[in-house]
Design a protein around this ligand. Structure first.
Ligand code: PEP
Length: 250
């Protein structure tokens, strides 16, 4: 049985004071959860988040990293810097970074390798646009992303990874994929992992769904056979809403 992993993606929201306040309310609401809880915060909130979750069952991640250890890369934060402060998770390849920062699959692949080398678990995001879905090439797009993004990464490392299926048309739009459609795509991803790495890796790797997950639809989505939890944007910003999603099985 795979554990459910529920991750929040705060995107560009909350300052350190708001972060401290969030965890003062949130920690208690999820302390008895059986599910794994990760919250990926903006860089400036990392200290407040690590401080605010000390001794709890909540893990803190970031939303990006630079694959270089150090250097002349204005505005970036390196994999080594994150490792040095104890970060264990990071989102990589979110569609907003692929779109607004022109991140290619080759670049995503470098970031995944750097994260793994620095003991940081990547939450790799893949997903299709509405246009690609309507043209019938969603599977092609997602399988291509998986093959390119995981190039050169071992099965042992993929076993520990989290892959999030995030249909781009469902992110922040209020439109959610039906649980059947979301499960079908998560199964495509698992089948591709199976053909690349074999049964053991495919049966262990965590595959999440993300895209307008809310307290009202989390249970149905997360109860599907190939969906091992979710990556949650907007609804992770309020302690009460996110706690309801984390506690979907209570
Ligand atoms: C996301 O940013 O990864 C996401 C799924 O956002 P939302 O839940 O707001 O659609």
């Amino acid at each position: 049985m795979r554990k459910k992993v529920i991750a929040g993606n705060w995107k560009m929201n909350h300052n350190p004071q708001e972060t401290t306040k969030f965890f003062e309310e949130f920690n208690d609401l999820v302390k008895d959860s059986n599910n794994e809880i990760i919250i990926c915060v903006p860089y400036i909130d990392v200290n407040a988040a690590l401080e605010g979750t000390k001794g709890t069952n909540i893990k803190i991640g970031t939303q990006n990293l630079n694959h270089e250890e150090a250097g002349a890369l204005t505005g970036d934060i390196s994999c080594k810097m994150l490792q040095d402060i104890g970060i264990k998770y990071t989102i990589i390849g979110h569609s907003e970074r692929r779109e607004f920062h022109h991140e290619t699959d080759e670049f995503v692949n470098l970031k995944i390798k750097a994260a793994i080398e620095h003991d940081i678990i990547p939450i790799l995001c893949v997903g299709e646009t509405l246009f690609e879905r309507e043209k019938g090439i969603a599977k092609y797009k997602i399988v291509t992303q998986i093959v390119l993004d995981l190039d050169g990464i071992s099965g042992e490392d993929v076993k520990n990874m989290i892959i999030a299926y995030e249909p781009i048309w469902a992110i922040g739009t209020g439109k959610t994929a039906s649980s059947e459609d979301a499960n079908e795509v998560c199964k495509w991803i698992r089948d591709e992992i199976r053909s690349m790495y074999g049964d053991e890796v495919a049966d262990i790797v965590t595959i999440q769904y993300g895209g307008s997950v809310k307290p009202g639809n989390a249970k149905e989505l997360f109860s599907m056979s190939d969906i091992d939890g979710g990556l949650v944007g907007g609804a992770s910003l309020k302690p009460d809403d996110f706690a309801k999603i984390v506690n979907f099985d209570k």
